[in-house]
Design a protein around this ligand. Structure first.
Ligand code: C2E
Ligand code: CA
Ligand code: CA
Ligand code: CA
Length: 278
């Protein structure tokens, strides 16, 4: 906890111990952030790699801190996961994503919103009912939301995760395995999981143009996903060349700085309407 703050910036380490003064004050700061409306929903476009059409967006949270400016998620998500605050944060993101999906529909855009969930969310038996309660009043179909889960979140307690995921899947939500290839998931579980999508981790996609091994991993993941009947998404798409290569390999969807960086949700609809594939 002693070194939790570096260079005056907001860097909270995972080892910040739960009872320390510093973590208690961060917890109350995060509560205040929700009450005072300091969280911001950013959206990053996802496109169909063959047609270039915008088909969805990933919701990524930021914290507009009154004195520290815009704080990136990696500086507070790990702490939120540790303290259980993540459940409140996930509910906030889910409700924002559902509201946005509605606004987009009203603007004539049919977008699927992807939301990141953590282990804690998956361990919550009431999660499916909570999500349902968040989207029903917005009149958004479950299929407009895609829930992204990492391999490690699932492998924490695979049986329990499986039961939550089956429940969510039966309700019509799309499910995606995030950061695929970086965790220690087993193919035996992958086979049993009711998922719709694999997201190739950006480390492989970003390196594939210069490293043959990364290119092979990307190619095999696309094949594996398709053999299992899953949609495959490449994240970390940073160049025109990467897009061409991924499209040639048959990858379905892409997301990355070459297409668009995460942007405030207020800007997204105008961005999508102006988007023309290069
Ligand atoms: P992630 O789920 O893997 O999200 C994708 C991250 O990759 C985002 O970082 C995005 O800005 C970044 N990215 C996308 N395209 C590119 C690219 O072309 N190049 C590079 N270098 N990076 C790219 P961000 O927004 O900083 O989020 C980091 C992580 O924080 C996320 O990784 C996710 O694990 C977590 N996170 C963000 N928002 C939430 C949330 O609402 N809930 C939870 N549980 N986690 C979140
Ligand atoms: Ca994600
Ligand atoms: Ca990811
Ligand atoms: Ca990640």
């Amino acid at each position: 906890a002693a070194k939790a703050r570096q260079c005056g910036s907001l860097i909270y380490h995972a080892q910040l111990d739960a009872g320390s003064q510093e973590s208690l004050s961060l917890l109350s700061e995060m509560r205040r952030a929700v009450e005072n409306d300091e969280l911001r929903l950013f959206l990053q476009p996802k496109i169909d790699l063959q047609t270039g059409r915008v088909i969805g967006a990933e919701a990524l949270v930021r914290w507009q801190h009154p004195t520290r400016g815009l704080v990136p998620p990696m500086q507070f998500i790990p702490f939120a996961e540790q303290t259980g605050f993540i459940r409140m944060l996930s509910a906030w993101v889910l409700s924002g994503a559902a509201r946005f999906a509605r606004d987009a529909l009203d603007a004539g855009l049919n977008l699927r919103l992807s939301v990141n969930l953590s282990t804690r969310d998956l361990m919550d038996q009431d999660l499916p009912a909570k999500i349902e309660a968040l989207i029903t009043p917005r009149n958004v179909p479950a299929s407009a939301l895609c829930l992204e889960i990492t391999e490690s979140a699932i492998m924490d307690d695979p049986e329990r995760a499986l039961s939550t995921l089956e429940h969510l899947h039966a309700m019509g939500f799309k499910l995606s395995i995030d950061d695929f290839g970086t965790g220690y998931s087993s193919l035996a579980y992958l086979k049993r999981l009711p998922v719709d999508e694999l997201k190739i981790d950006r480390s492989f996609v970003m390196a594939m143009e210069r490293d043959l091994d990364d290119a092979r991993i990307v190619r095999s993941t696309i094949e594996l996903a398709h053999n299992l009947g899953l949609t495959v998404v490449a994240e970390g798409l940073e160049t025109a060349k990467a897009w061409a290569l991924l499209a040639q390999l048959g990858c379905d969807e892409g997301q990355g700085y070459f297409i668009g960086k995460p942007m405030p949700q207020e800007d997204f609809i105008a961005w999508a309407q102006a988007w023309a594939p290069p």
